[in-house]
Structures are given as structure tokens and as C-alpha cells.
Design a protein around this ligand. Structure first.
Ligand code: ATP
Length: 383
């Protein structure tokens, strides 16, 4: 096992695309870290540089205390699992699993032992004599995983290994990956654009956008305290609702002006983010998780607003209410939303039995004590 330390890692492709921009990231020995970000943010390129499949333009990568910048992939003691797990079609599962050991000249009894152990751990024992064509997608993916595990490398590098599987199998394999990591404790760097996968698998998550590291931390921390608007909009499903509004300082204290609505800012927010007061008279970006908006109670005191349900998505245990938000000066699209000019809908997370259907007009209340606030220029969270 080993730690992986990336320092100032940069990749500029011929033609000038800056795919990875001065990334500093340390992955601890035995840690499972997930690189997430939208398509094109540079996650695969970063992983490929760790693997040695892509040259760096600048920076250093160390694996297990050894700088590997000039080492070819096979000398880095890593194993990669890709989305397109290419198994050798003419070889059996057993031969596929043992291949990397054979080409390294490992002795036969040792190969048999390691293949047997890997097959046992992955539930492939009864399939060892089959060829890939006779396996299901999930079984093939397990063989691909097995080929990485069998050598006991210092580091696993995985690039969207589950994205070719159907939804149910993906969930099952996710559980399997967690179990394998608990069992072997191998340092793992895992790339995905799926933030649910990131939240469930990672000890820590590293969020990338335009080649730059935006925030690194445990999943709960990224969810509870996103450092900027990008992370706020990317982590969490459905995404955080965002809007530009004004902070006013009047007779009733500090309040938020959202279109025609004026909502008092709760004390806990002023205590938590003292700089809020200094925004009086200025614009700010408000962020509300869907769970901070609910149907208003008749006797509630929370700020409320009448909205029309555009869509209601039933998820079984709960439902999402999508509505046109109160008129604001400026919409702030989230990282994942398409900015196609149509009004950005907000989402409220409601109980499964909430009596709302598409087209209904309802009153929702907003729990501002759980709101997030960001600077509109730097997009950084207020402190
Ligand atoms: P995805 O989730 O879509 O796979 P990604 O986050 O893994 O995306 P990369 O594949 O690392 O992103 O690509 C980062 C940027 O570098 C993109 O703008 C991409 O177009 C560019 N890029 C990738 N490979 C090359 C290449 N060989 N030559 C030129 N540009 C490239």
C-alpha cells in the first residue's frame, strides 16, 4: 500500500487545452478517494497521469514515496480498471485473472493460489472455466476488477468502472467495491461523474471543474459546507436551489430581498457567517437544499411563498416538487443544469404523501436557518 502525492500537476494538450491545472492532492495510504466533476473537467486525464498513460506538462507525482514522473506504467505498481474492461475473449476467466502474473513470470503454484483467492473474494469460483462471452455484464466487470486485484498492487486506479452496468447492478457492485476496499485497504483513486457514487464510495471526494481542484473533503463535509457555488450545485441530488438576491439592513434587522419578498435572516446565520452583515445593500447568492423547503404549516412562522407545481416526481419514499421560484434579479444555474435560457426551477423535497399534483398552487415555507450564502463575484461561501 502507498500514499499518492500530486504536486502542481498540470496537463496542457497540444492546441492549448488546459485539462488539469496545478492540482495539489495527497491521497493517504489506504484511502479511497473519488475524483468527481462534470464531463471534460479533467478527471480522466489526472488519473491517466497517475497511471503513467499520459505525460505531465508540469508537476510531480509520487507513489509510495517514490517520484514516478519518468516511470512507465508497469513500473508504478498500480492497477487500472476502466469503463471498457477489455477481457481477452479467447481466454477463460482463470486465464484472464492470471494473465498479468504470467507475463511477470510468477510461478504456476503461486498464480493458482492468487487466482483462486481473487475468484473466491469476488464470487467467481464457479465461473473460472468460462470464457467472457458466456458471462453477464456484471460478472465480466467482476473479472476486470479481479485482474486488478490479483497482483496486489500498491494503488488501484479506476475510471468510471461501473458506468456500463445497469442501475441495479451498479448499486450491487458499489457495495462490492466498498467491501473489497475494507478487506484489502488498498489506496484507491476512483473517477466518476456520478455524485451519488462519489458520496457512497469515497472516504474523501475531490471535486474538479475546468481542471482545477474546487474542494476536497469527506462526503458529509462537502454536502454540509460547500466551499463555493460550483461545489454547492454539484454535490447533492436534487441539486441545491440557487438565486441571486439582495441583503438589506432595515428596522427588522438583516433581511433577504427576493423579488417582492423580504425574509428576515435568522440569528444562527449571522452568528455562523458574521460577514453577512457587510453585504447589506448588495447582492448575494442564496443556496437552499431541497430539504430546506417544505409545504407551509398553517401556523408556521417561517418565510413562505405561493408557488405553482410544474412537475411532481414521486420517488416512492418521498417526492420532489419542482416549481418556478419567486422572481429574483438573477437566476444562478447550478453546475449540472443546462443553461438554455428557460427559467431555472427550484426543487422542494416533500414526504411521499404530500397532497400536491402538477399544476397545483401551494404555499411552501423556507427554512433560512439552513440556507447557504455565497459571494456573487468570487462565488466563495461566506464565512
Ligand atoms: P468525461 O467525464 O467526459 O470523461 P473528464 O473529466 O474525464 O471527462 P478529460 O477526459 O480528462 O475529462 O478531458 C479534459 C479536457 O481535456 C477536455 O476538455 C478534453 O476535451 C481535453 N482532452 C482530453 N484528451 C485530449 C487529447 N488527447 N487531446 C486534446 N485534448 C484532450
Amino acid at each position: 500500500m502507498a500514499e499518492v502525492i500530486m504536486t502542481g500537476v498540470t496537463k496542457v494538450f497540444p492546441g492549448g487545452t488546459v485539462a488539469v491545472d496545478h492540482v495539489d492532492l495527497s491521497v493517504a495510504d489506504g484511502e479511497f478517494i473519488v475524483l468527481v466533476g462534470p464531463s471534460g473537467c479533467g478527471k480522466s486525464t489526472l488519473l491517466r497521469m497517475v497511471a503513467g498513460l499520459e505525460d505531465m506538462t508540469e508537476g510531480t507525482i509520487a507513489i509510495g514515496g517514490r517520484i514516478v514522473n519518468d516511470l512507465p506504467p508497469k513500473e508504478r505498481d498500480i492497477a487500472m480498471v476502466f469503463q471498457n474492461y477489455a477481457l481477452y475473449p479467447h481466454m477463460t476467466v482463470s486465464q484472464n485473472l492470471g494473465f498479468s502474473l504470467r507475463i511477470r513470470g510468477t510461478r504456476k503454484p503461486q498464480i493458482e493460489e492468487q487466482v483462486g483467492e481473487t475468484a473466491r473474494v469476488l464470487g467467481l469460483t464457479t465461473l473460472l472455466d468460462r470464457k467472457p462471452a458466456a458471462l453477464s455484464g456484471g460478472q465480466r466487470q467482476r473479472v476486470a476488477m479481479g485482474r486488478a486485484i490479483v497482483r496486489r498492487p500498491q494503488v488501484f486506479l479506476m475510471d468510471e468502472p461501473l458506468s456500463n452496468l445497469d442501475a441495479k447492478l451498479r448499486v450491487a457492485m458499489r457495495g462490492e467495491l466498498s467491501r473489497l476496499h475494507q478487506q484489502y485497504g488498498t489506496t484507491t483513486i476512483y473517477v466518476t461523474h456520478d455524485q451519488v457514487e462519489a458520496m457512497t464510495l469515497g472516504n474523501r471526494i475531490a471535486v474538479l471543474d475546468h481542471g482545477k481542484l474546487q474542494q476536497v473533503g469527506p462526503p458529509d463535509e462537502l454536502y454540509a459546507a460547500p466551499r463555493n457555488v460550483f461545489v454547492a450545485g454539484f454535490i447533492g441530488s436534487p441539486a441545491m436551489n440557487l438565486a441571486a438576491c439582495r441583503i438589506e439592513d432595515g428596522d427588522g434587522g438583516i433581511s433577504l430581498q427576493l423579488g417582492e419578498h423580504r425574509w428576515p435572516v435568522p440569528e444562527n446565520q449571522l452568528a455562523l457567517r458574521p460577514s453577512l452583515r457587510s453585504y447589506a445593500g448588495r447582492e448575494i447568492v442564496l443556496g437552499l437544499r431541497p430539504s430546506a423547503i417544505g409545504l407551509a404549516e398553517s401556523d408556521g412562522t417561517a418565510p413562505r411563498v405561493r408557488v405553482t407545481a410544474v412537475t411532481v416526481e414521486s420517488l416512492g419514499g418521498e417526492k420532489n416538487l419542482l416549481f418556478v421560484p419567486p422572481a429574483v434579479d438573477r437566476q444562478v444555474p447550478t453546475a449540472v443544469a443546462e443553461d438554455d435560457g428557460s427559467p431555472t426551477l427550484w426543487t422542494a423535497r416533500l414526504p411521499a404523501l404530500a397532497p400536491v399534483r402538477a399544476g397545483d398552487t401551494v404555499t411552501v415555507s423556507v427554512d433560512l436557518s439552513r440556507a447557504h450564502f455565497f459571494d456573487p463575484d468570487s462565488t466563495e461561501a461566506l464565512a
